[in-house]
Write a protein that binds this ligand. Structure first.
Ligand SMILES: C[S@@+](CC[C@H](N)C(=O)[O-])C[C@H]1O[C@@H](n2cnc3c(N)ncnc32)[C@H](O)[C@@H]1O
Length: 496
């Protein structure tokens, strides 16, 4: 079977026979062992209508952290990287507040400013360095928050796409990245995945074999997928022509594939995966399963302690990165897992508000996060429900709006330390019994506050007016869900 056909296989193949089922289960069990959490979950196959899903093995009460998961692959948005220096594996902030301020202001601080900040450091004590990790660099300049993250990234494929480790491809890598930044940043995530495949192929005892190819692709095969041009729906409000959109996506992929083939010109075993169809499936996987990730800035609690002149300059600069909605339309940031945020997406397209309008300090602060996109094995397997029992948060503090505190068990990762990286946190929003499927809402409506205590939402059992609203809402939901590959929602609310 060729690489495209192998990657294209769906759940039916993953659960076709006892051997396939064992392999699939083993894959997910290993991934579950690697995530942190209060309880235990499993992945189950429900049949062709809603595919796989995640099921609770232990009971959870509303507010419980079900698990937290670091992305299998993650990228920091390039625009965001101009404002926040974060680990290229997990988005933990690196360096020091001084480095961070210099990055934000795009200039070195004066000796006087440094002296003032030293006084601040002495005054606030450990708060000054909290949330920053010592920077560890790869030879190519890519920065990480620890040797562990650097080495994990290297093993996960960075070595195959690192300009220092592959000097003959350095120019092609730079060209590829430039094209991605100018067209679609998600191609940068794809490059990481191609690096992952290359590293797995090279590490195999027989790199050119079909067996090696299938082994290399396997961890991607488990995700829900379709071709990119089938997944991206035309924007009806802008009367986008479906054929034109398909053509545009194909052209974009053809160009990116050509650049990719130059990077891997010296790796013959990569040939089967470097083609537009394979790439299109990969982009379709991202589109269906991507999760935006973020780390709140450790600069936020410091702002009130540092000199006003510096704070003001930071806010001014940050305001240039305030989200510009409508930019990067097909960047597959559909934000369908964007819950627990502040009611808007974090599309920091950079330089978007160069006018002289008053800066909303809250929006400016919001732009100070480290932000990116990632692919998560378990999170990506959670199905949608219109009445979900769980919700994804980007950081442990998001549930109650407070900042993570040392020693608060709800703000800590499974290892016991405060969560300072971009791992996503899944929390129960109502009681979940063992054996019950864990679901989230893919739609921006999220979960009503009153749902948190497990009480029923009043909308369905209200008067006539509310019924009308409910009908409209149902139609809206059905339409919105199409964007997420759901034509006939199988959740209990829709099936009742
Ligand atoms: C993020 S994946 C979830 C895992 C997926 N079920 C699988 O088998 O890999 C999203 C896809 O799952 C399916 N799905 C999720 N929620 C669904 C629902 N409520 N009804 C029907 N299909 C659903 C759709 O095919 C959707 O495109």
């Amino acid at each position: 079977m060729d690489a495209v056909a192998f990657l294209a296989q769906d759940n039916a193949a993953l659960y076709a026979d006892a051997a396939s089922r064992t392999k699939t289960q083993g894959h997910f069990e290993q991934a579950i062992d690697g995530i942190g959490g209060r309880g235990r979950v499993r992945v189950e196959y429900f049949g062709p209508l809603r595919g796989k899903g995640v099921v609770a093995e232990t009971a959870f009460v509303a507010g419980d952290r079900v698990f937290d998961e670091l992305a299998l692959f993650a990228i920091q948005s390039p625009d965001n990287a101009r404002l926040s220096r974060a680990c290229q594996k997990c988005l933990h902030f690196v360096g020091s507040p001084i480095d961070q301020i210099e990055l934000m202001l795009t200039r070195k601080l004066s000796a006087k400013e440094r002296a003032t900040l030293s006084k601040t450091a002495a005054k606030v004590g450990s708060l000054f360095t909290e949330g920053f990790a010592k920077e560890v660099n790869c030879d190519c300049g890519e920065h990480y928050c620890s040797i562990e993250c650097r080495d994990k990234d290297a093993a996960n494929g960075h070595t195959s796409i690192c300009p220092s480790a592959n000097p003959s491809s350095a120019l092609s890598i730079a060209e590829f990245k430039e094209h991605a930044i100018n067209t679609n940043e998600t191609f940068l995530l794809a490059l990481k995945v191609f690096g992952f495949i290359a590293s797995r192929l090279k590490a195999h005892k027989n790199p050119g074999s079909v067996e090696a190819l299938e082994h290399a692709i396997w961890p991607l095969r488990v995700f829900a997928k379709d071709y990119w041009w089938n997944v991206c729906l035309p924007n009806e409000a802008e009367e986008e022509d479906p054929e034109e959109l398909q053509m545009a996506l194909r052209t974009l992929l053809t160009d990116s594939t050509a650049l990719l083939s130059k990077i891997f010109a010296h790796v013959p075993e990569m040939k089967p995966v470097i083609n537009v169809d394979f790439y299109s499936l990969l982009m379709g996987i991202f589109e269906r399963n991507n999760l935006s990730i973020l780390t709140p800035s450790p600069m936020l609690p410091l702002l009130e302690h540092i000199p006003d002149s510096i704070t003001e300059a930071i806010m001014k600069r940050a305001s240039e990165f305030i989200p510009n909605h409508g930019h990067n339309q097909h960047s597959n940031e559909h934000d369908h897992h964007h819950h627990g945020e502040h009611g808007h997406s974090h599309d920091h397209s950079g330089g978007s508000s160069s006018n002289n309008e008053e800066v909303d300090p809250f929006e400016a602060l919001d732009a100070m996060i480290a932000e990116g996109t990632g692919l998560h094995t378990i999170q990506g397997t959670i199905n949608h429900s219109c009445k979900p029992n769980a919700m994804v948060f980007k950081d442990a503090s998001a549930l109650d709006g407070s900042s993570p505190k040392n020693g608060d068990p709800d703000s800590t990762s499974s290892s016991g330390s405060v969560i300072r990286d971009g791992r996503t946190v899944l929390r129960a929003v109502r009681p979940i019994a063992p054996g019950e499927e864990i679901t989230i809402s893919y739609l921006d409506e999220g979960v009503e506050e009153e749902d948190m205590d497990g009480s029923e939402s009043g909308a369905e059992d209200g008067g006539d007016n509310e019924k009308e609203v409910d009908l409209d809402e149902k139609a809206w939901r059905a339409l919105s869900l199409k964007e997420y590959g759901i034509d006939d929602c199988q959740c209990p609310k829709c099936k009742q």
